[in-house]
Design a protein around this ligand. Structure first.
Ligand SMILES: Nc1ncnc2c1ncn2[C@@H]1O[C@H](COP(=O)(O)OP(=O)(O)O)[C@@H](O)[C@H]1O
Ligand SMILES: [Mg+2]
Length: 257
């Protein structure tokens, strides 16, 4: 269902004005993300990671090449592909509950159909006592959890996450990583997860893709040799340490180029 295929995808942003040059953000990217797979995308800042994600989300379109989701071409954004950004984009005038149920309400889904799921996900992210709060009454980590519960309430086939835990403190981040794996095991969405944190990429991913410097290409991919469910004991396993070393080496090569 949620298979994502990129075939020779290139994205060129036009010059912002008459003097500056156009930007080739990504070049000739091919990738297949299988249904229910978690792929983590790492690479130097500015190499085009967000551009790849935004094209799959339907916010941007490729300059050439083709992207299909479940075998179909993409025309704009849709509820089958939920996006989670680093800074939570919540509606400030809506409560946590209203934010989380916004998608199904807007689509006219009857309350009976989304209510149970919304409750379940609010509980899963530990916010059941905060349903009636407004975003300004929450910490950054709590707001991020609202954003994730909102994405999940749509039960998307695909979750696109752009450094979603990047702004969180270490403890909250670990909790969120475990939470994400827990909800993944419930309905197994396909996940594309962008991160700067190689530990996080290995902890979450079935595979880790390393992108080259801009114009970003897929440089290397690494299989993660740990079955799910995963626990943080994995972080000290020698296979983890070896893999981390290889991935860091691959990224450092790009920084040095
Ligand atoms: N909407 C846009 N318009 C013009 N240039 C952009 C736009 N989005 C990104 N870029 C440029 O494309 C390149 C890749 O950006 P991005 O995909 O955000 O990289 P990353 O997420 O890996 O840091 C950068 O040089 C960036 O400045
Ligand atoms: Mg980015």
């Amino acid at each position: 269902m949620g298979t994502i295929v990129l075939d020779a995808v290139t994205k060129i942003y036009p010059a912002a004005d008459g003097r500056s040059a156009e930007v080739v953000a990504v070049s000739d990217v091919g990738m297949t993300i299988a249904d229910g797979e978690i792929i983590c995308l790492v690479g130097p800042s500015g190499c085009g990671k967000s551009t790849v994600l935004n094209m799959i989300a339907g916010f941007e379109s490729p300059s050439s090449g083709r992207i299909t989701v479940s075998g179909k071409d993409i025309f704009g954004a849709g509820p089958d592909r939920m996006v989670v950004f680093q800074s939570p984009a919540l509606f400030g005038w809506m409560t946590v509950w209203e934010n989380i149920t916004f998608g199904p309400r807007k689509r006219g889904v009857p309350k009976a159909q989304y209510e149970d799921d919304a409750h379940r996900f609010i509980k899963a992210v530990g916010l059941e006592d905060f349903s009636a709060h407004y975003p300004y009454q929450l910490s950054g980590g709590m707001r991020q959890r609202v954003q994730i519960a909102r994405a999940l309430t749509n039960q998307p086939e695909i979750l696109l996450m752009d450094e979603p835990f990047g702004a969180l403190d270490f403890q909250t981040r670990l909790l969120m990583q475990e939470l994400l794996l827990k909800v993944w095991s419930e309905f197994k969405p396909t996940i594309l997860f962008i991160t700067h944190d190689v530990d996080e990429a290995i902890f979450l991913g079935d595979r880790v893709y390393v992108m080259s410097r801009r114009p970003g290409r897929l440089k290397e991919q690494f299989e993660v040799p740990f079955a799910k469910p995963r626990s943080i004991e994995m972080l000290t396993d020698t296979r983890f340490v070896t893999l981390k070393d290889k991935i860091l080496h691959s990224i450092r090569e790009e920084l040095a180029r």
